[in-house]
Ligand binder design. Sequence first.
Ligand code: C2O
Length: 515
Amino acid sequence: STTRTYDFVVEERRGAPDGVEKLMLVVNGQFPGPTIEANTGDRIVVNVTNKMSNSTAIHWHGLYQRGTNYYDGTDAITQCGIPPGASMIYNFTFDGWMGSTWWHAHSMTQYTDGIVGALVVHAKNESVPSYDGDLVLQLSDFYHTFSPALLNLYFTPGGLEGTPGNEPVPDGGVINGVGQYGNSANTPKAAFWNATLESNKTYRLRLVNTGSFVAMQFSVDNHTLTVVEADGTAVKPFEVSSASVAVAQRYSVLLRTNQSAGAYWIRAGLDQDAFTYDNPGTQTEIRGVIRYGVANSTMPDFELLDNPPSLPTGSPQELDTSDLVPVGGGPAPDATFQVYFTISMQYASTTGDNYLSKFLAFINSTSWEPLQGTSSLFSHLGNSTSDGSADLADSQLVTTINEQHVVQMVIDNLDDGDHPFHLHGHKFWIVGQGDGRFQGTSTIANNTAPMICDTLVIPAYTHAVLRFTGDNPGFWAFHCHIQWHMAAGLLFQFNVLPSESAKFDIPQYMLEQCK
Ligand code: C2O
């Protein structure tokens, strides 16, 4: 194994990925930021320098961080934010992890404005069919307004369409940082992310939704796709014509360049069902190009954009995650510890210490508030700064797992929105999903070979039953990955094996970054 070192300089910059200039937050002046590509077992050392005017933290989504919970990069949970002008070195290994994932700022809604990038981890024994080449496709919704301003509108009455809690509707989207909104959309003048491939080969497209709100419906004209990986889990090959990728989910799909030589549209459609109001200007389908057997400037027919070719009859359907079966999968172990959660969101007009008049998300009856300069992990270790400001805030829901357990989470989504939930530091088995509250049984119950992943959509008014082995010491967030919802408090924490995390040797300067 190798040690790979990166320097990330995070700064505020103006940029125009889709042709409309806006204030962005970016790493090394790039959007998306640098791709980290490594082999399983490699050590990654990233020196992050914060040149922004707010503190930040960088999270490595989906990794285990076994023994290095303090490098998980979750602001107010596993560290205090890196203060403006300061640096922090993340140092971790890809132990046992393989597949496709991403990194992003985990501090308020900073990644919405650009702090995202891909992580690709190769392994010899990945249990996916062989392929000739791979490409990362970061699919994302995109906003022209700087996210803190949108967040304010989202929280307060009179904000978006007069109602608090209407999620900001994106202006459009980007594929690998390229969109068409302001570039006379979909005319030959517009910019399209594009790739020139070779004919009669198999490519692994690593789809990552690096967006903030909506799922992206991905397809390639005239081609079917074979799903072989989801969230770092190899799955039995499953053929689809399109795949809906929710925020923070990842799928690898195989694309065979076996059609006539030419150029083909790639489409990433924004899930408009999630839109809470009309934004007539939104570009709802973002396009890119793949081509093979032709010159690398060849473009597909622009007339096809609004009249996509249909696939032959009998072609496969859309991806439904419940169709996926992990390679070598088996039953989940029996649960030895159960926790029950309800999700709800409402305008809270009580003026308690924390709940000012604003729209909030609740797990049970708590709403997470990421207090600046605090860290759940550090306060647990008794390493709070001299002024004691790192004390655990009361507003946080923390479930402690004192000994190794198979934890079963039962989650009732009582809200009218879909929530892509993500668990840090572990993957979970999806043992049940169904309509309404969980009352002992689920319509989709599977304990033969349930899917194993780290991000799952829990649709409106449904429940999910998930299990994970709580054997990885530290504070781990479980939260809705929609940035507006997380900022509204839709997050809770597991404190796994506190007697083990008490032994962590956390660099002193990290403790001193709490203030
Ligand atoms: Cu993608 Cu809490 O993370």
